[in-house]
Design a binder for this molecule. Sequence first.
Ligand SMILES: [Zn+2]
Length: 391
Amino acid sequence: MALTLYRDKTYKQKAQPGDVVTLVDELLTKAVDVGASDIHFEPTSAELVVKFRLDGLLNVVESLPKTISDNVIARLKVLGGLLTYRNDLPQEGRMEINNGCENVVDRRLSVFPTIYGQRAVVRIFYKNAQLTDLEQVGFSPAIYAALKQTTCANQGVLLVTGPAGSGKSTTLAAVLRHIQKQFPGKSIVTLEDPVEIRLDGVTQVQITPFGPMTFPTALRSLLRQDPQVLMIGEIRDAETAKIVIEAGLTGHLLMSTMHSGSAAAAILRLLEMSIEPYQVTSSISAVLNQRLVRRLCGKCKKQTAAGDCEPVGCDECFGTGFKGRMLIAELVRLDSPLRKAILARTDADEIEKILSNRGHAGMLEDGKRLVADGLTTRDELDKVCGSAGDI
Ligand SMILES: [Zn+2]
């Protein structure tokens, strides 16, 4: 399936303000067809560039004439329920899901004014119909074993970190399913924004963005309902962090995600959110830091003289040489030297030093198994791990 649907310039020559409704609909549908996670509408001095994010990378799919730029953004704002007459403010909204997008659970729109006009991003959340078992998520045997052990506990906090789109929801869904299988009858509740993966037998609550039910308010009420295992979609603010940590200290097993570049950064971020060091050391069971690396396209990859494989590009992979993604991860459990360092409010460098002294295998190390098996490339690994601290 070619990505460059409109690249024959038909639209470029013909597009009139009147065609915009159809044009926007087609772009939104096309994005879902190819499994894009985001659509970017970027105004430049001469045109409106449309990009799809596929397997984590942005690809230009269309350049629309500047003359219809405002109409396209206005149409998106109508779909997202935003104020079309305010072009000077950042705005955020949700877009109704239309027919033909059955595999989509939510679409979020964000609009931002720039010097060349408004820039819009549509983020698409897919229903993940295929549930993955914990042993099939792709963790190394060591991390898999450590995760299994963490989930056996009756209390504590498992933090999963990484940028948006690094597979955190899939990991947490797999962990919850594992708990469900190992301990049938345990009361499991999730708070998510939005619910991406449906889990039978788990009480899943959807947080309404921009509404009165926020993570902290919902979490406080839920704790009165006596759950044993709680999954909180994301720790975004100090208030949520505080409730999560306290719940993890009082007989609940909690799981949540955080945006941070490394396991050490996640721990330090909790301290910055005014969580006391002793609360961090006594509540956090493990921090799992993960990324997705692109998988070499099985149809066109080529073996090199060194024994690795390299991308080539074919119809199957849009000429990129890659198709699909795989997980790389590192898991940090708190031991005595780490606890001491956190209690002394140390910095990230010191934590990294303690980790390397104890022979901790980082994400790059973990990814080498995939390069050795010819599933991805060293370049891809360096690119993904190189951005570790850059979020
Ligand atoms: Zn290919």
